[in-house]
Design a protein around this ligand. Sequence first.
Ligand code: NAG
Ligand code: NAG
Length: 680
Amino acid sequence: MEHSPAFTCQAQEGLILCLTSLGFLSSMLQGSLCIYVAGIGGKTGPATERSSICSRSIPRGATSFDVHGTSGVRVHIIYNHDLVREPMSEPRWPLDAKIEITITMDFPSETVNDNKVNHHLLVTEAVAGGAIRKVDFKPTCLFGFCPISFAFPQQSKWTWGPDGHGAVLLVNCDRDSVGSGGMDSTHPSTNLLVCYLQDMSLMILRTQGPSALFAENKLVLQVPASDADKVRVFHAAGNDSYSQYKPVLGPDKLSYVVDHASRQEITFYVEGLAFPDQDFSGLVFFSVTLLESFPDTPVFTDTVVFRVSPWIMTPNTLQPLEVFVCSIERDANPNVDFLSAMRALVKKANCKLTVCPQLENRRDRWIQDELEFGYVEAPHKLFPVVFDSPRNRGLQNFPLRRILGPDFGYVTREPPKSQVSGLDSFGNLDVSPPVMVQGKEYPLGRILIGSFFPRSGGRRMAKVIRDFLYAQVVQAPVEVYSDWLNVGHVDEFLTFVPASDRKGFRLLLASPRACYQLFEEKQQQGHGDAAQFTGLAGMAIITIDEILANETLRRSNRYAQNCIDWNRKILKQQLGLSEEDIIDIPQLFVLRDSYADSFFPDLVNLVVLGTHLGIPKPFGPIVDGQCCLEEKVRSLLEPLGLTCTFINDFFSYFELAGDVHCGTNVLRKPFSFQWWNMIP
Ligand SMILES: *[C@@H]1O[C@H](CO)[C@@H](O)[C@H](O)[C@H]1NC(C)=O
Ligand SMILES: *[C@@H]1O[C@H](CO)[C@@H](O)[C@H](O)[C@H]1NC(C)=O
């Protein structure tokens, strides 16, 4: 498009130097506005020389704009007369018509952000809904170049929320290349596959200006030393028939002198190498600096910032895509029947089943504990990422060998071996559905971690894992108390199920109180001789009368109930729940060496596949031909639109101290809500 100047303004003589980070958030996709700033006097140029310029993005919802300068500032609007008619209303210039603004100043600034020289520029934006936003800024001229405070969102700032802006970077932690061992980010290559490039974000450097200026000065792309091990930047070199990608910035390269003569627009590809963590906020800054040579003097700098996508967990309320379960055949506790029950359930729920064979699981059936599925997201790309727990039993190699792959990333955190406890298994890691807590929204829910508090000197999830989880910031973790349990996992006493009413879910809590209530009711109805564990070969039965008369069992369950009540308070407070959001599921516990185990298959240790629940079969007392525990659970959950399938896991899982949830893992569809639209 030709721009015909409305004023005598030699824009083509101006210098354009701007660094643009692509992989923009949606609100940033609407285009960019060029502001030309010209200085008078100064070190390098005559009064008429055009100087610095930057492209800035337009705020969401803005439709038109206007610019006025105070005395001493002259504003020139350059536009194409064929496309834009000089508008009459105010603010008048449409934002979509490639209009350029040139600003000249009658006097040079003495310093950056010079307050003495009263240069003001008022930019008015008409925003959707008719609102008007006014931004006042002071242009400063220095050495003939004018780094100014920009009216439009700065790319050197990254802001959260629906009106936020900034670019997003993904950790290139998947493995697109066949045959290579680790993640793509671990081997920089110059022959990048297209699928590698798709995992990266773009960074564009635009340069334009008098060629003499570039001949005399150097253009240097830089990354701060603190960020250098978090990213790698590739320069797209080569020609139309042969493209090459040269790593130019990264762990051992802090700066790169750009060969500016070749192109006016240079494309860089940026990959993330590290997730946000305790020592890394996730923000990475790049700058391009025009250096006047001999001696090197920075003349003008433009900066962009990217934020590395956090790792995001998926709660039970999200649609299941694929269920993982281990096959254990040659073992004292084979799970053949369990597998066929799971196969039938997964079919009903219409998702995929992946069975990890014994050769790969090495008799480790606790696939919930070995890994946690999550994902990363940028506007241009989303892929699932498996978080590998440090528990490292038989399934140790499964996430790296079988899950990591094309568009399936991998991350892990390893504490020193001596510090790994049972609480580092990911059955002890869960996430709530989206919640609102005292006016604060958690649109991606909150992570739940089982911890030792209030027990003193107990087990706690390793610091490196907790640090990682906290650093992702979008699902602010809540620590609850799980160290009262022998295995010590949150999934032994809580879970979430979808519901069509209220908040879209219910929290299920294991409840000894509800179990005693139920059994007492059945006793009063004359069913005191109905027995727990009926029909299980080799298991001694125990009647309702015997259970109710056993004081040791009562004491154990009062303790378990107190521990769960403690958690109930934390969960209500930290997830903003009321009693109506919680369902008490009958459950008994036994104490062994002052740690609790479930007395019968743990009913809340279930798998949620849409509206289909796979629940451990409790083998409760049979009353009127029905298991009274199953009947009770159905009466609590079926009104929510859920279907209960009770799965016999007694010898294959329960006897080994776990149940259905511990023995399964579910890859779920990511949230449709995009993480950058929240305010953490
Ligand atoms: C493109 O670059 C390659 C490698 O540098 C070179 O061998 C080839 O001749 C170039 N092709 C053209 C059309 O310039
Ligand atoms: C009471 O229950 C506990 C725990 O199951 C058991 O060890 C104990 O033998 C029971 N006592 C009686 C008297 O049945």
